[in-house]
Design a protein around this ligand. Structure first.
Ligand code: BEZ
Length: 211
């Protein structure tokens, strides 16, 4: 069954390029981005893994672990790693799950048979420290993901986990945010001391509260 927002992220034990991982134990109290790749030694995936490796410090700064999955075994991943380092200017610096039996791919519904019976789509799951799924994204094999967008959503999720706010269209870190309609104007005055602009009773903007 498809995984929905708010579900507990399914737990699993799997072999990875960094050894055996029990997923929930490995998560600890971190946020996590879990993302799938259709197959090893494929061009778009190679650029994506290099891209995530280059930005790992940005995920670390957000208390977020990153972990990839590809439906080949770890021995194959370890050979592919050399190509990633050689061509992408960054060594693989996070675990890549070996999933030759599709165990994890099936658990997370990463194979969409009408797209391909054997390859995963490009799934992204953001999982919170409570182990619950906060975001899902699905891209076709032909479209590489945008890491700035993954970080942008992570910033929004982490902000709204800490404050009663939502983020507007095209928001990026530092932009004004929307006060939740569950907060009265009176409470907003104390909860958002930088003040707020009331454009409509349901649309109140305030400077980003954690800056
Ligand atoms: C790729 O990563 O380039 C790719 C993988 C599977 C199908 C198409 C493209």
């Amino acid at each position: 069954m498809a995984i929905r927002l708010g579900d507990v992220a399914p737990d699993f034990t799997a072999e990875t390029t960094e050894g055996t991982i029990n997923f929930h134990e490995w998560l600890g109290d971190s946020w996590c981005v879990l993302f799938s790749h259709p197959a090893d030694f494929t061009p778009v995936c190679t650029t994506e893994l290099g891209g995530f490796a280059k930005r790992k410090a940005d995920f670390d700064a957000r208390n977020t672990k990153i972990i990839g999955l590809s439906v080949d075994d770890v021995a194959s991943h370890n050979k592919w790693k050399a190509d990633i380092g050689e061509t992408q200017g960054a060594e693989l610096n996070f675990p890549l799950i070996g999933d030759e039996n599709h165990k994890v791919a099936d658990l997370y519904d990463m194979i969409h048979p009408n797209a391909s019976d054997t390859l995963t789509v490009r799934s992204v799951f953001i999982i919170g420290p409570d182990k619950k799924v906060k975001l899902t994204l699905t891209y076709p094999a032909s479209t590489g993901r945008n890491i700035d967008e993954v970080l942008r959503v992570l910033d929004s999720l982490q902000l709204s986990a800490g404050y009663q706010v939502a983020t507007p269209v095209n928001w990026t870190n530092g932009g004004d945010v929307i006060i939740s309609n569950a907060v009265s104007d009176e409470d907003a005055t104390t909860k958002f001391p930088k003040g707020f602009t009331k454009i409509k009773p349901y649309l109140r903007l305030t400077p980003q509260p954690n800056l």
